[in-house]
Design a binder for this molecule. Sequence first.
Ligand code: ADP
Ligand code: ZN
Ligand code: ZN
Length: 887
Amino acid sequence: MYINDNNSLGLLVSENKDLYRAATNANQYVEVLVDFPGNSGLFTYRIPNQLEIKPGDILSVPFGSQQLGAIAIRLSSQPNVDIAPEKIRAVEDVVTSGFFASAYWELLNRVAAYYYTPLIQVIRVALPPGLLGRSQRRVRLIKRQKNQSSVPFLSPPAQQILQLLQDQGAGDYSFAYLQQKVKSTYRGLRELLRHGLVESYLEPPRTTKPKLQKAVILIDTIDRDLTTRQREILDVLRRSGGELWHSELLQICSTSSSTLKAMEQKGYIAIEEREILRKEQAQVLDLDIPKILNLAQSNALATIQKLEGFAEVLLHGVTGSGKTEVYLQAIAPLLAQGKSALVLVPEIGLTPQLTDRFRARFGNNKISVYHSALSDGERYDTWRQMLTGDPQIVIGTRSAVFAPLPNLGLIILDEEHDSSFKQDSPIPTYHARTVAQWRAELENCPLVLGSATPSLDSWVSVNSQQSIVNSQQSTVNSQQSTVHSQQEYLENSPPSPPSPSSPPSPSSPPSPPSPPIPQSPVPSPQSLYSPLPERINSRPLPPVEIVDMRQELQQGNRSIFSRSLQEALQQLQQTGQQGILFIHRRGHSTFVSCRSCGYVMECPHCDVSLAYHQTEEGAPQLLRCHYCNYVAVHPKNCPECSSPYLKFFGSGTQRVAQELSRQFPELKYIRFDSDTTRNKGAHRTLLTRFANGEANLLVGTQMLTKGLDLPQVTLVGVVAADGLLNLSDYRASERAFQTLTQVAGRAGRGDDPGRVIMQTYTPEHPVIEAVRYHDYESFVQAELEQRQVLNYPPYGRLILLRLSSFDPIQVQNTTSAIATVLSDNPGFEILGPAPASVMRVANRYRWQILLKFAPDALPHLPDWEEIRLLCPDGVNLTIDVDPLNIM
Ligand code: ADP
Ligand code: ZN
Ligand code: ZN
């Protein structure tokens, strides 16, 4: 954050303002936000005459015995507190004027209002951690002024400050220090700022000292006395551009420090401490040139590039259709125009691959990565890099939607359907897509939503607009030639295998556009639809084989792998090809199904499966509905077929990995899940090892489904699709369809054709059918009809109240009390109160109430402040707006 407060008219202007203010007695006070551990909130300060303050300025204020960074929120003519005016302390100075551009400030305010969150909490998400609290104001010389010949006339305080800075090597002092040494520091400083001789900045959080780490540098590649192993290590080092972090090299080569030490002694490599550049490390990559787009890609690109200002494009491309290439080419001309782009992705697991592609195209220095797994220092440095205003690309997860890029030209949300864009806790419980829509609107730039399986929200939103576009076709035809109808998407869809008994026949006429369109929480911008219906080079989507696990059991196969999958794994091992094994694993709560007949225990009052509950070892095993709180005891035998194999479902990666080792001892696999990717850089390392052919199989969870482009993968196995199908959530089907389609889409992306083997106990489930035939449209149509009947999003809106407390009785009573108060209100439907599916987390007991209402019912919503008053100390209430997880 380099602040150039060099408005040469500053003093004059503000002096005039003083006169004005004195005359009108306007705005003598400012409420500021202070972020101080245990004491953050709004505080009132007096505005000294010489200062002009606007909301969004960063100020320095006295706080107790300290000086703190603060943000100006509101100006007022009256002090908003019960203190004698003369006791109100004065703002010390403006550190950065207009720090929050007005559009950005507006964005933060909108988020605060829509998600019922105090502004400070929103600001905390937006700013790097600890920026306000820990930062300290500093002053330093501007380097270029050294060669400046004419030094302007300066007042004594200004001269003294300049002298102090010039006498010190680095030319950099804290403001507090200068204050001790020089009288009238403010005046002197302002003068120097005005002449552009110094700049004022906030010091990085204290934890961010330069960080040193051991690096290995290649010195000599001529083999004199290397062992084979050492030779390999040297090759890895050379391929990586001659330099790697010590830890990274150890991990990639599975070698030891002593081996490296030996190589250093022989003079092949050097090991030394280097400062880590606190941007995520990038490997040296061969530069990549733009690919020649196919027709659908060119159309999509043209659609995006034709846009001027705010608009939304849904880029609906099947897996492997080349969406990323469209992003790259849409961004390229923006950089040339001096604009920046923001690319949001669901999870950091996905960033190494994507960032490599961006870096290979645009070069390292144009790309920053911003996500919560960065250290505070990295976040700070990356954030500062954005504020420079240099045209750049920021790739990041959810919170990067707040990246303070000035001059934003485009926002891309890749895999827009992914639920990790939504934050469940802490507040604000924002959805990055919703925030991105506001941001694009406020910055007046296009937003591209990319997915092979668009969320129903985006589908409906574009569908409504599409019918508008269609109805205006006569007038807009000439300009809109690249806007495609969904019908065309269907017609271009790859031919599906012949349809089985009843379900959607691919040759049936395309369904008409969806039913009446709801108002979305975001005012619909111009929404365009751009399909990429085929894979690159017309590669086919992989055939999906469904294996009925009930039959496997009947025929005596008790392994978690069907015979078909076993054969495929065997083959993988023999041919040396590569595959992915997907396991769905989710917390402790899971549904109960019969392994003999596939029967699933469901709630008699709701259309959801019951969740398995066991609070602790020895406690009764209960089945519970998370919507209405119906409870049943876990039956011993299946109510349908009396089989004793009525079990709760769930098999984690670990269990599958054990089973693999037992049945296929020769098969090399890499586990890729949250346990094995916890360390920094582990995602990249594991993927690199896999890409280098060190293993046949990548075994993992959700993380595997998100946009990985591994061309050599021919086999995708889904161990049990059921874990996804029967989650007790109204979105379960949508999510299951998305996840399974995405994971299937990892197969056959390269030259070799792929195949998918999907194991399930309910092969007739509509989601399985839709995944099998890659049939997005029929699935969505059926799903939307159900949503509409029950008023679920995107047709109705939800707000979830989550309550928690260490005291189980207190939280239950509070929840009931709130439900009673709410039930007086006719504006919405109340579901619950019900306990959360995992009722106790970290010793807190959790209950919830779900409010369901029509989008236009907003004025009838309760007064949340009144609701909060019903919560005694110790009961925590979170208001989750548009919740995705109602568990
Ligand atoms: P998606 O993001 O839609 O799943 P990708 O962008 O990962 O698809 O593209 C799939 C593969 O096709 C990538 O390896 C990419 O480099 C390649 N590709 C994309 N567009 C083209 C093109 N126009 N010509 C050749 N190869 C392409
Ligand atoms: Zn049964
Ligand atoms: Zn129920």
